[in-house]
Design a protein around this ligand. Sequence first.
Ligand code: DP6
Length: 330
Amino acid sequence: MMVRARARAQINIALVKYWGKRDTSLNLPEAGSLSLTLDGLGTTTTVVFDDDAPRDTLTINEEAQQGSALTKATRVLDALRERAGLRSHATITSHNSVPTSAGLASSASGLAALTQAAAVAAGLNLSREALSATARLGSGSACRSLFGGFAEWSPGKHADGHDSHAHELFGPDHWDLHVLVAILARGPKSISSTEGMEHTRRTSPFHAGFIATVSQDLQEAKAAIAARDLMSLAPVAERSCLRMHADMLAADPPLCYLQPASWAIIHRVQTLRKEGVQAFFSADAGPNVKVFCTPEEVPMLHAELEAMPGVKEIIICRPGHGAEVLDPIP
Ligand code: DP6
């Protein structure tokens, strides 16, 4: 027997950051987080369950994957196989329109697309919340990419993690926030988020302080998003980002994902906002910087970023939709 399905999911950028797990095997976070799913940057994945396949395989952009990428995919597949009573192995073929492992959340869109495609191929009709909890097993941030627009990941209370999934706060049409993604480096990062996060949790004396700030940030971010108030969202998102980076920098040995060119953009955006420009920055486990802004500010910010040293490319994104099934072909 052979069944296949194809799905697409897009990356999400956290406005209130996830950095720290209470359970590493189930990717259960210590605190909540909140993100915006972006359009145009994501992953399309085909999953084929085949009784004759000797093992699970994964290719991303035509390259066969081993190690952690395959392990993450297998965790999702195992959970779905168990639910569906399925024993066959899967052949997973993924294409990223986002640079792989460059701090641009390709694992979030990848694991979200895989979960959606594999669930359909396995004949499961799961709620988006159940898909989100399953995608979380592969990569924590992937649970937010099941949803479009603004999504919040509730950490949950249960040890098995069934209540640790994302939900939609506001759909992509709620607020036409634009994001300019300034690409400073395309190669894979030297230390993955998974490793960096656990290293930080274990060794940073600032970690408990970072975690303690999250619930206040979530509350303020949600109010600012509900009111479509960029100037109120800006300080919350920037401090969540910088506190996460401060936490990483305080690890032993320290983790420093941001480059001088990243800091130059951060400073420029802060200066521009003081001058009244509706924009703020965010950055994750890599050097690339994302600049959130109103649509009116896009041309000016694009010109500003283009002139900054080290900027290789600028990708302009808008709020995007959640994971979607493309063709559940038998
Ligand atoms: C900095 O979701 O990639 O992007 O759960 O180990 O797969 P794992 O980590 P991952 O971490 C993302 C961290 C971040 C912040 C965020 O997206 O909230």
